[in-house]
Ligand binder design. Structure first.
Ligand code: FE2
Length: 420
């Protein structure tokens, strides 16, 4: 089944590669100062006593018939279920019960964090769901993906390093305005709460409230980044990823993974592998994984961490070992395209210092905030586009038709800067 799909890998890569002359560097110059976080007062809790907040969903099984619904009740545990029904059948309401947990971090104590997994949903069906209690309920909806298959059209949004600034808001609003997006591939670095003293975890809550306008309606496929580590041993916080793993559940057991930081799912026409660069990161991770990407014809690798946008040619560097010094990436039609999309708009601002001259592996690069869309059309073709925040959604800052490496391994051509 894996051979039938577009293969995508999500990873937050820490170290990059550097070498020789290449494609297009955008001449667009934008402000480079750090962005400002939205005030907590803007990202406040919804009205009503103990109102459920920070509602978000993600795929809850391997094939797309499950959904994990998550929410936080700030004051009391109740109620511990989500009620759901098909949009045209509200006589048949069903419930899935949640596990809820609290955690503390330094001087912070969380609300009750609920996760309920809904199973055996029908494919390609719109469901309404409701969380809360007698006093305050909140209602949302989602649409399940079509059954897994090679020719199922399906569109992903790709967002990374979002944070919760005015620029982050522009990115999220921009993505929200695109009616094609069905699921978000999120490449790590979520709230940037660790930018605050003692990693003020109220900023994890405000981030959950911030992304709810999309994440309660579309599943976000989560990848962990370095800003999820929250490791503060001097203050007794010695369990890495504690806030992240309490708040964001993923279906890692469905792919026989032993860690929520590593898992895979199938969704419509995509086979998505989520990797974490916090086990064996950097060069050792590249040495381990790059040959597997090439051998298995991974179509695209999406990464975050660097706060800019860059798309590579199909290149491989698998001949390189530290011991032989043969460090020259070469064009390889079985290799993935590597896309860095850490330009969601977080508080750290843009990374605008590129390797000069532009390396040969680099097809397009630009230091602007934005998001990307991947429209899988069928087993052979997918249309990819990158959208700058400062443009209207119809403007494509960068785009490429992708040809599936398994079914149609022909050379692609890209068209940076075209308008739809
Ligand atoms: Fe980041």
């Amino acid at each position: 089944m894996g051979m039938m799909s577009f293969k995508l890998a999500l990873v937050l890569i820490i170290s990059g590669v550097a070498y020789c002359n290449g494609g297009t560097s955008s001449s667009y110059v934008r402000k480079t100062q750090a962005s400002t976080d939205l005030p907590l007062s803007v990202l406040s809790s919804p009205p009503g006593y103990n109102a459920p907040e920070q509602v978000h969903i993600t795929q809850g099984d391997h094939n797309g018939r499950g959904m994990i619904v998550s929410w936080v009740t700030p004051l009391e545990k109740s109620s511990n279920f989500v009620e759901y029904w098909k949009v045209d059948d509200d006589k048949n309401k069903q419930r899935a019960y949640s596990d809820s947990k609290e955690y503390s971090f330094c001087n912070y104590k969380s609300g009750h964090i609920h996760h309920a997994t809904i199973k055996n949903l029908e494919y390609n069906t719109k469901y309404v769901y409701e969380v809360g209690n007698a006093n305050t309920t909140r209602r949302f909806s989602f649409t399940t993906p079509p059954e897994v298959g090679p020719d199922v059209p399906y569109t992903f949004g790709i967002i990374g390093d979002l944070g919760q600034t005015y620029d982050s808001n522009q990115t999220l609003e921009h993505y929200n305005s695109n009616p094609k997006g069905q699921t978000v591939l999120y490449v790590g670095d979520l709230s940037y709460a660790d930018n605050y003293p003692l990693h003020d975890n109220r900023r994890w809550d405000s981030w959950g409230r911030f992304v709810e306008k999309n994440a309660a309606y579309q599943p976000w496929i989560w990848t962990a980044g370095n800003h999820e580590l929250d490791y503060l041993p001097d203050y007794g916080e010695t369990v890495p990823f504690k806030p992240f793993t309490h708040r964001y559940h993923v279906p890692y057991k469905a792919s026989n993974s032993t860690s929520p930081l590593w898992y895979s799912i199938k969704r419509a026409s995509a086979y998505i592998i989520v990797l974490s660069s916090y086990s064996a990161y950097g060069e050792s991770m590249r040495v381990m994984f790059e040959p597997w990407f090439v051998e298995n014809k991974v179509d695209i690798v999406f990464s975050g961490h660097v706060h800019a946008y860059e798309r590579s040619e199909r290149i491989s560097n698998i001949a390189y070992k530290v011991s032989n010094g043969n460090c020259t990436p070469v064009l390889n039609s079985s290799a993935p395209v590597y896309i860095t999309i850490g330009d969601g708009g977080n508080i750290e601002g843009l990374a605008n210092k590129f390797t000069e001259p532009q390396p040969s592996y680099s097809a397009y690069r630009e230091a602007s905030f934005g998001h990307a869309m991947l429209e899988i059309k069928n087993r052979t073709h997918a249309f990819y586009s990158w959208h700058r925040n400062q443009d209207s959604e119809a403007v494509l800052g960068d785009s490429q038709w992708f040809y599936n490496r398994q079914w149609y391994p022909h050379e692609e051509s890209s068209t940076a800067g075209t308008v739809a």
